[in-house]
Design a protein around this ligand. Structure first.
Ligand code: WT7
Length: 567
């Protein structure tokens, strides 16, 4: 039987205190996510249960029990305290999906410091912007990523410690660097977790904005309440499950549901830190007998593309429940999954800002392929008229997805940017920046974003950030970045550029520019297509009209062009 039993019953009289009681928390108590995800599970008698099974490149494998996670996160916490890291300071995890990332986050939280995970494929520019905004004081990384940190070190006066988790003792350490090997360090049986309270800052996740720098999303320890209950009711995690969340903890899915959700429930989870291929993924499910799988539409579409035959090579009968997040999950993908896995993917909708799932499909509830489902119990989700910001009650009408800001995992503010935070509210509603319709049964149907942000393979890319980086290339005079359709990633980045005098358009230059962005920002932000143009469409006030270029790429109506200057 599923944990939620009946969605309709759970909606009636819902209170978050249900989760508080299950976690043994009362308002005013200390609440430390690091402690809840390790020490508490051991106290419940599950110390010998496997917490984490990890598989890396070249067939390397490691596994950790809950007691080992407890002791090793203590080791990390004590090490950080020894370095002088104080509660509230930001500690970055700039790591691949290795055990140090998962256990390290719990260690950071145990000290009362703030965890700041950053995607390890980020280039030096992406890294610099986020580390300087957060004034991060310590950073965990691997030797292969350290050169990117060294490159920007001069611009990071606050960064005191660069902790290399796989340092080669034969080599010299650089400025501010130190070596720390989690698995070789002496056990720390006891570490008193810092007495963080509900509103104590826990995590800082960066998300892209349409204008300006990426925004740091401030989360607090009380988010555990939402993350625990949604993991239980939506992912349906049960004691004997073997769970696989394919997301990287550099993004919020990988922390909320790749660390906090499963560990707070004492579930066994598997992590694969290898490149994607259908064979890799299916053999992983077969080998570990994965029962619950949380993934993303781009991955599902890539598996679809690999075909039905490859599925038949593996025994995937362990799979019990499948969920998806991050971008629109098209009906075809849901139908395909039913055909080949015998189960649909259950779509879930949420954001870095919401910290936990908001609109979902629930076990036992009828899945309408292509719909995101209904708001989680306790969540008031509506669509608003874009002019009046009043809820729309008309079936099929498009509105702005908005929530009453009263759930535990809701962001508390944007770091150093209260103004951007305030700007997310109208009439007391939190605006997601997405558009949707609602059908007569209350199901939400995603329509699109309400801004220029590009969602490529489930990752948000700011056109503004890519445009700014493009301008740093010597050949680029002006640039405009929009999305273009893609069968697998749904959207990919496309750049229109004008060249500076003396530069010739060529294929080589296009590749050079693409590579420049990949290295500076990340592989996700790299334009898949660079188009040379003589001039960019601009408004009379000189603002580039991305809207026109976007419409052209998507074969859409151009709309009002009355403000266009160079028509
Ligand atoms: C944006 C949030 C939190 C998960 C990882 C993404 C889009 C998310 C869905 C879905 C259609 C979706 C929205 C949202 N999105 N889930 N099920 N269907 N779109 O977190 O990076 O903050 O992105 O992703 O546009 O606003 P994020």
């Amino acid at each position: 039987m599923s944990n939620i039993v009946s969605f309709d019953e759970r909606v009636k009289d819902f209170k978050w205190s249900l989760a508080e009681q299950e976690l043994g928390y009362k308002p005013g108590d200390d609440i430390n996510i690091g402690w809840y995800c390790s020490d508490r599970i051991c106290q419940l008698g599950k110390g010998n249960k496997t917490a984490l099974i990890w598989e890396g490149f070249g067939g390397k494998e490691k596994s950790y029990t809950y007691d080992e996670v407890r002791v090793k996160s203590n080791v990390i916490a004590q090490f950080l305290t020894g370095l002088g890291i104080k509660p509230g300071e930001r500690v970055c995890l700039f790591l691949d999906k290795i055990p140090e990332l998962y256990i390290g986050l719990l260690g950071i939280l145990k000290t009362g410091a703030v965890g700041q995970p950053l995607f390890s494929a980020f280039g030096d520019e992406s890294l610099l912007v986020r580390l300087s905004d957060a004034q991060t004081t310590a950073l965990f990384t691997q030797k292969k990523h350290a050169p990117k940190v060294r490159k920007i070190l001069d611009q990071l006066p606050f960064l005191k410690h660069i902790i290399i988790v796989d340092h080669d003792p034969q080599k010299a350490l650089g400025e501010r660097e130190l070596a720390f090997a989690m698995d070789e360090a002496a056990a720390v049986e006891h570490f008193e977790a810092y007495p963080t309270k509900a509103e104590t800052h826990s995590l800082l996740h960066y998300t892209s904005g349409t204008t300006g720098k990426p925004k740091g999303v401030k989360h607090v320890h009380y988010s555990l309440i939402s993350q625990y209950l949604t993991s239980k009711w939506v992912l349906d995690l049960q004691d004997d499950d073997i769970y696989w969340c394919t997301a990287d903890p550099g993004w919020v899915t990988g922390t909320s549901y790749g660390i906090i959700g499963p560990f707070s429930l004492g579930v066994t989870q598997c992590v694969q830190d290898k490149g994607f291929s259908a064979d890799n993924w299916y053999s992983f499910i077969e080998k570990h007998k994965i029962t619950m799988w949380y993934s993303a539409p781009t991955a599902i579409r890539s598996l679809m593309k690999a075909g039905d035959e490859v599925v038949k090579k593996y025994d995937l009968s362990s799979l019990r429940h499948l969920c998806s997040v991050g971008e629109p999950l098209n009906a075809e993908a849901v139908i395909w999954s039913e055909k080949v896995f015998g189960k649909p993917f259950y779509d879930t909708f949420w954001q870095t800002e919401t910290g936990s799932m908001m609109i979902c499909n629930y076990p036992g509830m009828k899945v309408k392929p292509g719909s995101m489902g209904k708001p989680f119990p306790g969540i008031t989700g509506v669509i608003l008229d874009p002019d009046t910001f009043q809820p729309i009650n008309e079936e099929g009408k498009i509105g702005l997805i908005a929530f009453k800001p009263d759930w535990p995992a809701m962001l508390r503010t944007y770091w150093n940017n209260e103004e951007a935070f305030k700007n997310k509210f109208r009439n007391g509603w939190y605006l997601t920046g997405d558009r949707s319709t609602i059908d007569r049964d209350g199901y939400f149907w995603f329509v699109g974003r309400d801004d220029d942000i590009i969602n490529t393979g489930g990752h948000l890319v700011s056109p503004f950030e890519v445009e700014s980086a493009l301008l740093e290339h010597p050949a680029v005079a002006e640039s405009a970045v929009v999305s273009k359709p893609d069968p697998i990633n749904m959207e990919v980045v496309k750049a229109f550029i004008t060249l500076k005098p003396g530069y010739e358009a060529s294929k080589e230059l296009e590749l050079e520019i693409m590579n420049f962005i990949r290295k500076k920002l990340s592989p996700l932000a790299m334009p898949q297509d660079v188009e040379y143009v003589d001039m960019l469409p601009k408004t009379r006030s000189g603002k580039i009209m991305r809207r026109l270029l976007h419409a052209k790429e998507w074969n859409e109506e151009i709309g009002d062009v009355s403000s266009l200057e160079n028509d």
